[in-house]
Write a protein that binds this ligand. Structure first.
Ligand code: IMP
Ligand code: MG
Length: 173
């Protein structure tokens, strides 16, 4: 673990934010047909936590997009590796991401879901690095804003490792 420099966002701070987001989503989508779409692999822990703070009936699925591989920066190319099985036509889609960085992934995913005639498409992210944005993207349910540091833990990996860390940590460059 000598690649880990420090804890940036503690598990307690994450938990507090997840509860707040869950409450807001539950009230905003009351009486609506909501589908959470988790972005694999990183989004699986956040989706599992968030879903349990949502008090209204909700469906969920996962989509898998190409990652950075073993690199620390986005190639800009987004490839769908595994699509969702749920039909989202007429439903409210909430994309659940671990982290918004350049915004390229979400930009692509939003466009993809809009072609499927949903009632709405919105975004919920656990973490956000707005200083790194390459495309403008609206994040309706904003998690914790972090500086431009490469982080791991809470679902986020580096070369496949560290997703299991309960805190969000900064990796040594
Ligand atoms: P974007 O398309 O640049 O916004 O990339 C978003 C995705 O890249 C996130 O969902 C993460 O999976 C990954 N990513 C971006 N920054 C980091 C980081 O600091 N650590 C680990 N993964 C990251
Ligand atoms: Mg991701």
């Amino acid at each position: 673990m000598n690649e880990i420099r420090e804890v940036l966002v503690s598990r307690d701070a994450i938990r507090e934010k997840v509860i707040e987001l869950g409450r807001k989503i539950s009230s905003d989508y009351e009486g609506k047909d909501l589908v959470l779409v988790g972005v694999l692999k990183g989004g699986f822990i956040f989706l599992a936590d968030l879903m349990r703070e949502i008090t209204i009936p909700v469906d969920m699925d996962f989509i898998s997009v190409s990652s950075y591989g073993n690199s620390k920066s986005s190639s800009g190319v987004v490839r769908i590796i595994k699509d969702i099985d749920v039909n989202v036509s007429g439903k409210h889609v909430l994309i659940v991401e671990d982290l918004v960085d350049t915004g390229l992934t979400l930009n692509h995913l939003k466009e993809l879901f809009y072609t499927r005639e949903p009632a709405s498409v919105k975004v919920c992210t656990a973490l956000d690095k707005p200083s790194r944005r390459k495309v403008e993207i609206e994040v309706e349910y904003e998690g914790i804003i972090i500086p431009d540091e490469f982080v791991v833990g809470y679902g986020l990996d580096y070369a496949g490792k560290y997703r299991n860390l309960p805190d969000v940590c900064i990796l040594n460059a």
